[in-house]
Design a protein around this ligand. Structure first.
Ligand code: NAI
Length: 245
């Protein structure tokens, strides 16, 4: 069994997921990361290995329950322990409700919400055996605020918040905490798709006057992962520069 703690981060090839994995690696966690493209997941693993931790990179579609279960089982077997799960992978397929295609609704629900169920269910066995664990779900501020053009995305993230509370109640007695982090607008590839005008309009809504950085979210994950977060469960932590209070 590994002496160091072990964390799984989904969707860690770039953006928030990569920053989260990097913060955990710097803190000495061994990692298992997944994404949809071999090239980018392997490249991320190589960068993370600089921090002298072991990184297991895998191509896993988080919307595929069986693939997620096989991934988690492999990780638990490989390292002999599993301390932290960060459900980060997510997509957008925006469009106004009247015209939203069923496939765009379904893809977002499957990738953002069902994935959290699959991965959380899979880690419960090793975490319950260890009587310890941390599950951290990356939600979004828009689950609380609403956002036109994102009913699929908002529904998926609202589902995450509700799932977080229910699972936290189920597994608290086993010393497993379950929390969500709701980022505001964070500068990543996801937000780079917006034009400069749209970005300026977003920043105008933020009392701290800037987009968040992936590192802002990574620091919160690190806090919840360690001893410092030990008495926090069932919460949605908003990390948004004050845009929603
Ligand atoms: P991103 O688009 O830069 O990265 C998403 C990651 O998820 C990539 O590594 C991608 O390969 C992976 N991924 C996507 N579909 C996948 C699948 N089916 N299976 C496995 N991996 C998959 O996104 P970003 O901005 O880093 O977002 C990360 C999380 O944070 C998402 O859950 C997103 O909804 C959430 N978030 C982002 C905000 C932002 O402003 N960027 C704001 C609020 C929440």
């Amino acid at each position: 069994m590994s002496d160091s703690k072990v964390a799984i981060v989904t969707g860690a090839s770039r953006g928030i997921g990569f920053s989260v994995a990097e913060a955990l690696a710097k803190a000495g966690y061994h990692l298992a990361i997944c994404g949809t493209r071999e090239e980018t997941v392997n490249a991320a693993a190589e960068k993370l290995s600089i921090h002298k931790v072991e990184v297991l990179p895998r191509v896993v579609n988080v919307a595929d329950g069986e693939a997620v279960q096989a991934f988690v089982q492999e990780v638990a077997k490989h390292f002999g322990r599993l301390d932290v799960l960060v459900n980060n992978a997510g997509i957008t397929r925006d469009g106004l409700s009247m015209r939203m295609k069923g496939e765009d609704w379904q893809a977002v629900i499957d990738t953002n919400l069902s994935s959290v169920f699959y991965a959380s269910q899979a880690v419960l066995k090793p975490m319950m055996r260890a009587k310890a664990g941390r599950i951290i779900n990356i939600s979004s501020v828009v689950a609380s605020m609403g956002n036109p053009g994102q009913i699929n995305y908002c529904a998926s993230k609202g589902g995450i918040d509700a799932m977080t509370r229910s699972l936290a109640r189920e597994v608290g007695s086993r010393n497993i905490t379950v929390n969500a982090i709701a980022p505001g607008f964070i500068g990543t590839d996801m937000t780079d798709e917006l034009g400069d005008d749209a970005k300026d309009a977003l920043i105008a809504q933020v009392p701290l006057g800037r987009l968040g950085s992936p590192e802002d979210i990574a620091a919160t994950v690190l806090f919840l992962s360690g001893e410092s977060g030990g008495y926090i469960t069932g919460q949605v932590l908003h990390v948004n520069g004050g845009m929603y209070m």
